[in-house]
Write a protein that binds this ligand. Structure first.
Ligand code: ADP
Ligand code: TRP
Length: 330
């Protein structure tokens, strides 16, 4: 039997290059070899209270973007989290074995609680157990996510381990992070910040028009330029090189690296090349996003098909879980 893979992204906006290189690119690769479940985490997005219209639209947006990146509904199961109510039952059981002390120590919780002090809700607090339920309901072994999800993954492993220990079972495998090429990758932001995320001036979306991509890259934060030969690169410049090593050929990176080292690097030239290489990757994806977005009938059909397959897998696990806990199995 093939190993099971699961991952998801919250529908809180369009996908950007960080999401693509940190997660979605792995999805596309893994669907060839594993039994894959890729979903849209719309329940998780409720922590910030989106409107019903927003919910509807944003789930479809991510679905179209998943497909445009190359996730194939014939190879992988693609579904929307809220279409699989079995998840919630498992979430409840896992919450009974998870302690408020450990949930309170999760950095993303502490950060969000600081950012939105008027909305520190219980859903935000138990975010990691819902994520664990997403994963464990399919008994997934591999979870392709970016490095920022490591702590949530540790909680998911804890949930699996604890359930197995309490009930003397081996029902849940401990899920492992999967990184494309073996190493965790963090795509830097264009504003000099360490991480590309959904904020203005920092991020390139997969759906950005060619001229928008070029404009954003040309505006990326830099400094006054190299002054001493072979000096270490300051963070903002290292970020530019990291981005280039992700989207460009190694020879291109080596070319500009040499220019940095002999102090002849002109950031304008480097950015032009970087934009060129990004556009090459993004153009076909953007065109497919447009095609899929306009075909709502196809999107609905794919979501329905995915939901059926995901429910079947989750229901099989839940039957085992109920039996193990001592509940009636129907
Ligand atoms: P955002 O930070 O834009 O809100 P999410 O937190 O929704 O993105 O992340 C969705 C997925 O994309 C996760 O697997 C996350 O690890 C990955 N990811 C997001 N930003 C980056 C980045 N800059 N580099 C690498 N992976 C990323
Ligand atoms: N927490 C993930 C994020 O913010 C989204 C997510 C929810 C997820 N459930 C998951 C990722 C299960 C992997 C597996 O990006």
């Amino acid at each position: 039997m093939k190993d099971i893979v699961l991952s998801g992204i919250r529908p809180t906006g369009n996908l950007h290059l960080g999401n693509y290189y940190g997660a979605v690119r792995s999805f596309v690769k893994m669907q060839e070899e594993y039994q894959c479940y890729f979903f849209i985490a719309d329940w998780h997005s409720l922590t910030t209270h989106p409107t019903p219209e927003n919910i509807q639209r944003s789930a479809r947006t991510i679905l179209a973007e998943y497909l445009a990146c190359g996730i194939d509904p014939e190879k992988a199961t693609i579904y929307i989290q809220s279409d699989v109510p079995e998840t919630i039952e498992l979430y409840l059981y896992l919450n009974m074995n998870t302690y408020i002390g450990e949930l309170g120590r999760v950095t993303t919780f502490k950060e969000k609680a600081r950012q939105q002090p008027d909305n520190v809700n219980a859903g935000l607090f138990t975010y990691p157990t819902l994520m664990a339920a997403d994963i464990l309901q399919h008994r997934a072994k591999w979870v392709p996510v970016g490095k920022d999800q490591e702590q949530n993954m540790e909680m998911a492993r804890k949930c699996a381990r604890r359930f197995n220990n309490i009930y003397k079972t081996e029902l849940f495998p401990e899920p492992q992070n999967y990184y494309f090429g073996g190493d965790a990758l963090k795509v830097p932001g264009l504003d000099g910040s360490g991480k590309m995320g959904k904020s203005d001036g920092n991020c390139i979306y997969l759906c950005d028009e060619e001229k928008v991509v070029r404009k954003k890259v040309m505006r990326a934060v830099t400094d006054n330029g190299p002054e001493t030969p072979n000096s270490p690169k300051p963070e903002v410049i290292q970020n530019l090189f990291t981005m280039m090593s992700i989207v460009s050929e190694p020879e291109t990176v080596a070319f500009f690296d040499e220019k940095w080292n002999d102090c002849s690097l002109r950031y304008g030239d480097m950015k032009k090349q970087l934009a060129e290489d990004m556009v090459k990757t993004l153009n076909p994806i953007r065109e497919r996003i447009q095609e899929f977005s306009s075909n709502t009938e196809l999107l609905d059909r794919i979501a329905k098909m995915g939901a059926e397959k995901a429910r079947e897998s989750a229901a099989a696990t839940l039957r085992e879980v109920r039996k193990t806990i001592g509940f009636r199995v129907y």
